[in-house]
Ligand binder design. Structure first.
Ligand code: PLP
Length: 346
């Protein structure tokens, strides 16, 4: 059986990572004369904990996973980039992914000069699993899946993800950025069965902390060790670590926010459905709705003129004609509905 170590780039396997004295001393009350910091106290005169131990322990409690199975980064985007840099030799290895999906997998592949092979979803926005496996060759290192998917807003079938986990020999990265908005279980519980599975989640969506940039990767200790070895030493700053710890202590607030957003999603769905202007709405398991219009570009500009900014996805394959509307607060959604009710094509 192929292990994560077999898939690593040779230079990463051999890499001597940057080390600091704080990797060897993790206490708080000491005289720190090791890192050329300014000794005069402020909230941020010291470097942050490079291992983010307190935060990982807290997240581990919430997610029911050992802290050594957690990587934290500057958004999940950091984990996406590091996975590519760790496992894909530029110009030689390749990545297989579903299409359409979140744009950063391809951007990071392109930045790293790694071939990115895309397989279109089927007409129900589900995986074409045999076609994905047909794209795999001995140089394929990673496969990116996203569930609930952005932009199609649906869950992938769990049995399809399991099938790929059983039949793909590389690292399977499952992006669960929108997991809190669906009733499907997370694949975090499957990590012990699949040593080459990586699950991505983020504090940017349900937790309401997009501004602090904190993304999470859950995986085997072996994979987490690799990501930790190649990250920037102090990749999660002190303000982010402290703020996240404070907010994570109040999970009930996240639960309430999700409940409110789901309620608003239902209301938006019902009200949008009544408009002649709206041709189709995709069933959503996320915090946004994909809505089809006859002239999406016109609607997009009309809304922008009213200072309502939505995302134009109308040129994305399988999403032709669709705008992506994030579920906002009740007041914001009412203004959106009112604007759309008043809209007339030129
Ligand atoms: C599927 C998906 N993954 C990841 C992200 C980015 O998350 P983060 O803010 O943690 O970088 C997004 C943001 O829109 C997303 O839609």
């Amino acid at each position: 059986m192929i292990t994560p170590d077999d898939l690593l780039r040779d230079n990463i396997r051999d890499l001597q990572p940057y080390s600091s004295a704080r990797d060897e001393y993790s206490g708080e009350d000491a005289i720190f004369l090791d890192a050329n910091e300014n000794p005069f106290g402020s909230v941020a005169n010291r470097y942050p904990d490079p291992q983010q131990l307190k935060l990982k322990v807290k997240i581990g409690q919430i997610k029911n996973i050992h802290y050594e199975n957690i990587f934290l980064g500057n958004g999940s985007d950091e984990a996406i980039d590091l996975l590519i840099r760790a496992f894909c030799e530029p110009g030689r290895n390749n990545i297989v992914a579903m299409k359409p999906t979140y744009g950063m997998y391809k951007v990071c592949a392109d930045i790293n000069r790694v071939e990115y092979r895309e397989v279109l979803l089927d007409e129900h926005y589900q995986l074409n699993k045999e076609a994905l496996l047909e794209c795999v060759d001995p140089d394929t290192r990673l496969m990116f899946l996203c569930s609930p998917n952005n932009p199609t807003s649906n869950n992938l079938y769990q049995e399809d993800i399991l099938y790929l986990l059983e039949n793909f020999e590389g690292i399977l990265v499952l992006d669960e950025a929108y997991i809190d908005f669906t009733d499907q279980p997370s694949f975090v519980a499957q990590l012990r069965n699949f040593p080459k599975l990586v699950v991505l989640q983020t504090l940017s969506k349900a937790w309401g902390m997009a501004g602090i940039r904190l993304g999470m990767a859950f995986a085997s200790r072996e994979i987490i060790r690799v990501l930790s070895k190649i990250k920037y030493p102090y990749n999660v700053n002190i303000l982010t670590q402290e703020y996240a710890l404070k907010m994570l202590a109040h999970e009930e607030e996240k639960v309430k926010a999700v409940r409110d957003i789901l309620q608003e999603r239902e209301r938006l769905l019902l009200e949008l459905d009544k408009l002649d202007l709206v041709e189709q709405i995709m069933p959503s398991q996320a915090n946004f709705l994909m809505v089809r219009f006859a002239k999406p570009r016109e609607v997009f500009h009309y809304l922008m003129n009213k200072k309502i900014i939505v995302r134009d996805r109308s040129k994305v394959p399988l999403c032709e004609g669709y705008l992506r509307l994030t579920v906002g607060s009740a007041g914001e959604n009412t203004l959106l509905l009112k604007a759309l009710q008043e809209f007339k094509y030129c």
